[in-house]
Unconditional design. Structure first.
Length: 674
């Protein structure tokens, strides 16, 4: 709860001390003053002291009128006095009866307007009793989060508001800000009457207005949405970590020319981590890389350190040379066969993609005609003239004359084209897979042929060497085998490391699925629906009382998605209301929001501040009813800053029979302090 007890403006000029001070009470407070008397300056002073001047369209003292920061005129339009220093004091009270005084400088030498002094007690009426004070800042890093020095963080704690975390447009979490919430209970004159919460600074918060309503009404959906966003954040992080680990596995598979088995690119539950494997595909049978590594080790152990001579292997090398040349010829033939097959497959892919694009274009045109028909278009539509929307030919001429066949209806044609698009997409995906497989096969043949050519060169070279020297082929074979053993030893170790990385990710995914299953299936809880229903009933009730005429009350609802009033289940009420009726909407919505929040123990600070609510020449009876309804909030606090058309009669007619505290600005707000 935020209760404003008093406000004081203190201005030092080159001709003495000027200022103003007013006290307020619970219930309805009316601040009356003519249009140029300084009523808006007093309103701005209260907003500024609370650090809410962003509702006025900016930050710091530049949002305030010149009488608070530049020059004082007194008497009006006669003498001008230069302001040397100016402060605003605001005494506020919380639900526990604790009182503080907020002092903020407007124009103070060597002091920035971000600095705020907080006095524990009523500094305006009892400055001698103040024994404790603290300096804080606003509108800077930490202003809303630093519990020691951030004024808005302090104010939230003082009035017992715990601001929630909300999601920004880039997916990060941030706190809902106090000045954003303030737009729901402070309506300023220049911009505030143009729409709901229009003065709230966005700060890149997604669906800000909905979040404000959810917080003020303390809806369960707020907590549920926060849980969903946290789950989405966890899901995104898990997906990124999983993808990174899978990429490491893919890289290892490429280096070892193996196939990944047992794990997908997206998170999944894997009961046995050893199901994740790298498989070496061979004609003799596929092997896990662990088994292949053991096989290589055994082969290496079979090599003696004493190498055979060239002469010992002449016959074997001649046979081996012949076998390898035959194998190379086979590889070359298979490679030469594959290349034109790949070209043919690529040509088919191009044809499928062209066909896909053509049908998509036909589908787009047909859907365009369908949309025009749905919107009520009747003239110059080729389909209504029996012309094809795609090729513009007469439909009857597209069919053989001896076939008595009715052309497809537009909806049937669209369904057919959509099925064709889906079917061709399957063809395209299959074609791409076929091309990739054949390209991989060709690459393997090319690599194998390269290895064979080197082996053939080595064999030919050895066959002409001195028969007494050690066999170079045997030496190189052992060296190559040693390298391969080392490669797969590291690969086996790396695979084990990757499996260990997957293990906590699998556990996290299981917990994520559990948390997702625990989320409520309905967006609004039963209590939420009860609160929104009460909010809606209050809103419509106030519309009736205030004389709203633009639409039938049966057609008006509060959207369960945005919580704002809509007409006929679809349209924003603003666009279906007259200018004066939309002012009635803002009155009704603002009051109803506090009333429902109070009834259900929500988070509303239980204060409303209206600057010139009688907008758009709204009728006097409506305005009087508005004041009557505000006066019913005896345990809350309501401020109405109004000129009453600069007329005593209008004031009397508007307030007759209503209980309120009047603060009247005589002539001008800022006067000499004697």
């Amino acid at each position: 709860m935020l209760k404003i007890n008093s406000v004081k403006v203190e201005i030092n000029t080159d001709k003495g001390l000027f200022g103003a001070d007013f006290t307020f009470e619970s219930g309805l407070n009316i601040i009356r003053g003519n249009n140029t008397a300084g009523k808006s300056s007093l309103f701005q002073s209260i907003i500024y002291a609370l650090g809410f001047e962003e509702l006025l369209g900016g930050k710091f003292e530049k949002t305030l009128q010149s009488v608070l920061k530049d020059t004082v005129e007194y008497p009006r339009e006669k003498n001008q006095y230069k302001i040397l220093q100016s402060f605003v004091y605001l005494v506020v009270e919380n639900q526990s009866g604790e009182v503080i005084t907020v002092r903020r400088g407007v124009r103070v030498p060597d002091r920035k307007s971000q600095l705020i002094d907080v006095y524990y007690g009523d500094y305006i009426s009892e400055p001698e009793n103040i024994t404790q004070q603290k300096q804080m800042w606003v509108h800077d890093k930490g202003g809303a989060s630093d519990n020691d020095f951030g004024f808005h963080a302090f104010l939230c704690e003082f009035i017992n508001l715990e601001l929630p975390k909300v999601v920004t447009y880039n997916g990060n979490f941030t706190s809902l800000y106090l000045q954003q919430i303030a737009s729901a209970f402070i309506i300023e004159q220049k911009k505030g009457w143009s729409d709901f919460f229009i003065t709230a600074p966005i700060y890149s918060i997604r669906d800000l207005n909905q979040r404000i309503v959810e917080f003020l009404l303390n809806l369960d959906v707020f907590e549920n949405n926060e849980k969903k966003e946290l789950i989405n954040t966890r899901r995104n992080k898990l997906q990124n970590d999983w993808q990174k680990t899978f990429n490491d596995l893919e890289s290892l598979a490429e280096r070892t020319n193996t196939k990944i088995v047992g794990v997908k690119q997206t998170p999944e539950l894997i009961n046995n981590i050893n199901d994740i494997k790298l498989i070496l595909e061979r004609e003799a049978g596929d092997l896990r890389i662990e088994d292949y590594f053991s096989e290589l080790q055994n082969e290496l152990l079979g090599y003696s350190d004493n190498f055979e001579t060239v002469g010992d292997n002449i016959s074997a090398n001649e046979r081996l040379l012949n076998d390898k040349q035959n194998l190379l010829n086979k590889f070359n033939i298979n490679y030469d066969i594959l290349l034109p097959e790949i070209s043919v497959e690529e040509s088919k892919l191009v044809q499928f993609e062209r066909q896909h694009a053509t049908i998509n274009e036909d589908l787009r045109k047909n859907k365009g005609v369908q949309k025009l028909n749905r919107l009520g278009a009747k003239n110059d539509l080729k389909i209504t003239e029996n012309k094809c929307p795609t090729c513009s030919q007469e439909i009857k001429d597209l069919l053989p004359s001896d076939i008595n066949h009715t052309p497809m209806r537009l909806e049937d044609n669209i369904s057919y084209l959509e099925s064709q698009v889906s079917m061709i997409k399957i063809y395209i995906d299959g074609q791409k897979k076929s091309i990739q497989d054949k390209q991989k096969q060709a690459e393997e043949l090319r690599n194998e042929a390269h290895i064979l050519r080197k082996e053939i060169r080595d064999l030919k070279k050895e066959l002409v060497e001195d028969e007494r020297i050690p066999s170079i082929i045997q030496i190189e074979k052992k060296f190559s085998l040693t390298q391969r053993v080392n490669l797969f030893r590291k690969a086996v170790e790396k695979l084990e490391d990757i499996k260990n990385q997957f293990s906590p990710l699998i556990d996290s995914y299981g917990k994520l699925l559990t948390d997702v299953s625990g989320l409520p299936t309905l967006n609004l809880s039963a209590l939420d629906e009860q609160k929104i229903k009460d909010f809606e009933e209050n809103f419509i009730s106030y519309l009736r009382k205030f004389g709203y005429k633009s639409k039938s009350f049966d057609a008006i609802k509060l959207s369960r998605d945005t919580y704002f009033p809509i007409v006929d289940g679809l349209y924003n009420i603003k666009f279906d209301s007259s200018a004066s009726d939309f002012i009635r909407c803002i009155w009704s919505y603002t009051i109803s929001l506090m009333k429902t929040s109070v009834a259900f123990g929500g988070n509303h600070p239980q204060v409303l501040i209206f600057d010139e609510p009688k907008q758009q020449d709204i009728s006097l009876p409506s305005f009087k009813t508005f004041l009557q309804e505000l006066a019913k909030f005896k345990n809350q606090q309501v401020f109405v800053f109004a000129s009453f058309e600069n007329s005593d009669k209008t004031f009397t007619d508007s307030t007759d029979g209503i209980t309120f505290k009047l603060s009247k600005i005589e002539e001008t707000l800022i006067k000499p302090i004697l």
